[in-house]
Design a protein around this ligand. Structure first.
Ligand SMILES: Cc1cc2nc3c(=O)[nH]c(=O)nc-3n(C[C@H](O)[C@H](O)[C@H](O)COP(=O)(O)O)c2cc1C
Length: 203
């Protein structure tokens, strides 16, 4: 099969790309509008650089063309916490993508508890094994006519559950199998870690 993008409808192209670009990590992003906490998953998400510790999220618009709450909250309050969800959280992750009436918190809707992350201005999800406290670096619409905003965040605080990490010779090692991260596949599918193989690099 071979298709020119110009021959595909936008919806078909989207469906094709989300099945081809897999597995995608999931950023489970907690923000605040100043009154209520907001939580939503984003799988067009990537690490950008280690120094500075920058990451990027691609946030589309709501069906009515208005900005998603996550974007509006990050733009007005500058901070967000990005969690890495683990196996078993797929139902809760999906629930937090529901469009809720204004003023109803997704953390309550999905029955999730939050706890403080040191003195960071937002709390983290209690049960997520990794939480990255981030500050907005910049938000860009990269192309005219694009309904997507790229949000770049600088990681300021890192929480890793003790049970999945240990310090070896001054470096923190995260056990990937214990983290057991969820991945996004095409459509409504999730994937899980299937196997790990170490291949040593020549350095
Ligand atoms: C697993 C998963 C991944 C998603 N990835 C994205 C994404 O990368 N970009 C996006 O704009 N929406 C994505 N969505 C949809 C948003 O989560 C959804 O629009 C959500 O309601 C946005 O919430 P908000 O308005 O509170 O920000 C995803 C949904 C799911 C379930």
């Amino acid at each position: 099969m071979h298709r020119k993008v110009s021959e595909l409808k936008a919806s078909s192209l989207y469906h094709l790309l989300i099945q081809a670009i897999i597995p995608r990590p999931i950023a489970w992003v907690l923000t605040s509008n100043g009154h209520a906490l907001n939580l939503a998953p984003f799988s067009f998400f990537m690490g950008v650089s280690g120094e500075p510790p920058l990451l990027a999220l691609s946030i589309g618009q709501k069906k009515d063309g208005s900005p998603k709450d996550t974007l509006a909250n990050i733009q007005s309050h500058k901070f967000f916490i990005l969690h890495i969800p683990s196996r078993g959280m797929e139902e809760a992750v999906t629930k937090t993508a529901d469009a809720l009436p204004h003023g109803i918190s997704e953390t309550e809707h999905a029955g999730l508890e939050v706890v403080p992350l040191g003195d960071f201005p937002l709390p983290r999800l209690r049960d997520a094994r990794i939480a990255l406290g981030c500050e907005l670096h910049r938000a860009d619409v990269l192309m005219e006519g694009m309904d997507t905003t790229m949000v770049y965040g600088i990681v300021k605080e890192i929480y890793i559950e003790d049970s999945i990490s240990e310090e070896i010779h001054g470096r923190i090692k995260i056990d990937a199998e214990k983290l057991d991260p969820l991945f996004r596949l095409g459509g409504d599918d999730f994937g899980f870690l299937g196997g790990i193989k170490t291949v040593k690099r020549n350095r």
